[in-house]
Design a protein around this ligand. Structure first.
Ligand code: G
Ligand code: G
Ligand code: NA
Ligand code: MN
Length: 252
């Protein structure tokens, strides 16, 4: 398949890059962190979405080396911003289940921290609910990450397989409300899932972040229900590193 062969060359030919989407405090609308999102610009095929190539990379195992590159790149970029005197914020990196459960994951994270010299408290890993199907293994990895001082969040929460028992036992820090539930807030009387997830997060003493906020109305309902942090086009799309730098300068 074309994507597979082209993907092999993508890293060495510097076709991959990271974009960053701000996470904001919904009350002050100030930036409190950023999520790194992978972009692939192919010279002939143009830009290819991670929705297309991440599944291929997972099937072929290429996700492991791509994931290593993403982690190091995000840590180095965050360190660079801090050294420039910009606010010290947490960068969130998406981690595929396959990468997470790959034997060397903890070592990979440690290497990225060591090589970048980033204080581990400024790194967060976003994983999906699917890691819960392997409780024992996932629990060990999460415990290891916590020992390293790295934060974790459950991405796309509410869309996948989640056991409340498992969720309660796992050492995670944050729940991210999936965009599909935030979308629902545009409809009168459709705030049930959002409210439920926020209450659940608070009861489990976890932070909660809403994703995909596009309207003032969605933001208002989230704030009214005590969700303090969000991200979405209302504030900013994912942008290139130099553009994020401009946004961070406005924060100083
Ligand atoms: O930003 P965007 O709409 O293109 O992201 C599409 C999907 O790709 C999202 O589900 C996002 O989590 C995933 N994705 C983006 N970057 C990465 C990455 O670096 N690693 C993994 N595993 N998934 C990513
Ligand atoms: O699966 P994950 O939550 O990592 O996916 C994030 C995806 O959502 C990225 O592709 C990102 O570009 C996209 N995204 C972020 N904010 C918004 C938004 O407000 N609206 C839409 N449509 N997509 C968004
Ligand atoms: Na994410
Ligand atoms: Mn998500």
């Amino acid at each position: 398949m074309q994507i597979e062969t082209e993907l092999k060359k993508a890293i060495q030919n510097e076709q991959l890059s990271l974009f960053y989407q701000p996470k904001v405090d919904l009350h002050t609308e100030r930036i409190i962190g950023m999520e790194a999102l992978l972009r692939w610009e192919h010279p002939d095929l143009g830009s290819i979405s991670p929705v297309e190539f991440i599944p291929v990379a997972e099937e072929t195992g290429q996700i492991v080396s791509i994931g290593e590159w993403v982690l190091l790149q995000a840590c180095q970029q965050n360190k660079k911003w801090q050294e420039q005197g910009l606010p010290s914020l947490c960068v969130s990196v998406n981690v595929s289940v396959l990468q997470f459960q790959h034997g060397q994951f903890l070592e990979t994270v440690q290497i990225a921290i060591k090589e970048s010299q980033l204080d581990p408290k400024f790194l967060e890993l976003e994983i999906t609910e699917s890691i819960m199907q392997n409780f024992k293994e996932s629990n060990e990895i999460l415990k290891g990450l916590r020992q390293l001082g790295i934060k974790t969040s459950v991405d796309d929460f509410g869309t996948g397989y989640s056991s409340l028992t498992v969720l309660q036992k796992l050492p995670i820090d944050t729940i991210k409300i999936d965009k599909s539930f935030v979308d629902e807030l545009e409809k009168e009387g459709h705030n049930f899932m959002v409210k439920t997830i926020i209450d659940l997060s608070h009861n489990l003493e976890l932070n909660v972040v809403a994703e995909g906020i596009e309207t003032d109305r969605q933001m208002k309902i989230l704030k009214d229900n005590s969700c303090m942090i969000g991200q979405g086009y209302l504030f900013s799309k994912p942008v290139a590193a130099d553009e994020l730098e401009v946004l961070l300068r406005e924060e100083v």
